[in-house]
Design a protein around this ligand. Sequence first.
Ligand code: NAI
Ligand SMILES: O=C(O)C1=N[C@H](C(=O)O)C[C@H](O)C1
Length: 268
Amino acid sequence: MNKVKIVIAGPRGNMGKEAVKMVAKTEQFELVAVVDSKHEGMKLEDLEGFSGLGLDVPIYTDMTACFTEHNADVLIDLTAPAYGRKHMEIAFEHGVRPVVGTTGFSEEDITSLRTLAEKKGLGAIIAPNFAIGAILMMKFAQMAANYLPDVEIIERHHDRKLDAPSGTAVKTAELIAQVREAKQQGHPDEREDMAGARGADFEGMKIHSVRLPGLVAHQEVIFGGIGQTLTIRHDSIDRTSFMPGVKLAVETVLKLDTLVYGLEHIIE
Ligand SMILES: NC(=O)C1=CN([C@@H]2O[C@H](COP(=O)(O)OP(=O)(O)OC[C@H]3O[C@@H](n4cnc5c(N)ncnc54)[C@H](O)[C@@H]3O)[C@@H](O)[C@H]2O)C=CC1
Ligand SMILES: O=C(O)C1=N[C@H](C(=O)O)C[C@H](O)C1
């Protein structure tokens, strides 16, 4: 069986490092190159943290050059919100299927990238969260919202995170919005005496973003009903939690011919 040829963008990042290890130890995957913000022309094994892993893999700073010089089946993108869309467009131009964990996509980004994927007949996956526990948290939250429509989301992340709210919080709110009418929550006359005190608003649901050193990735979805509350909580305490989902997405994207947004469509 031919190995799946993979390029990873963002290999030195928190997620990228784990993805490199996951690909290196997966028999049917082959890491052919990486795309980084620096170190053009070097090899991955020359970088701190990668020596001794047998990673004779070239580093590119230009994704177009990378795909011109290497045949790849899949791009795993774990970079930063400013680059996710552009990287997907470059991958499509070269017939490469993107698996994207990078967050910060707008609804319009997803719609136009799906159109592009279908035009090219290529699969693509944008997964705001690869952890199975987080997917279950979102599914359970959607189920609970049928019965308890008053809900607020508190997401907590490390203080190096660029986007807020998190991709997971946005996805959770979108899934809940599929089963409940938009509604105003809290007192009709409530006011913010300090801007932002009530958090961001998604169809009446409030989303609160906490950023602190020491955190990894955590979310609580809190429902309130008469005389009761229900809290659904997920914690990623280590980034290895995301890797089985990344592996599954790579295997699945090869069989798709459209863009799938969210692993809940894959993990039934
Ligand atoms: N979907 C999921 O399950 C998860 C998604 N994320 C998302 O993944 C992204 C990366 O997260 P972290 O690894 O924590 O960030 P990080 O800041 O630790 O790593 C990002 C890496 O990307 C590199 N980079 C930045 N711009 C680049 C470019 N144009 N080309 C190539 N490399 C570039 C940086 O040098 C850095 O090494 C974020 O958007 C985050 O929200 C993070 C964790 C889980
Ligand atoms: O930046 C992170 O760390 C994470 N980002 C994703 C998000 O925005 O939801 C997934 C996870 O929460 C970790």
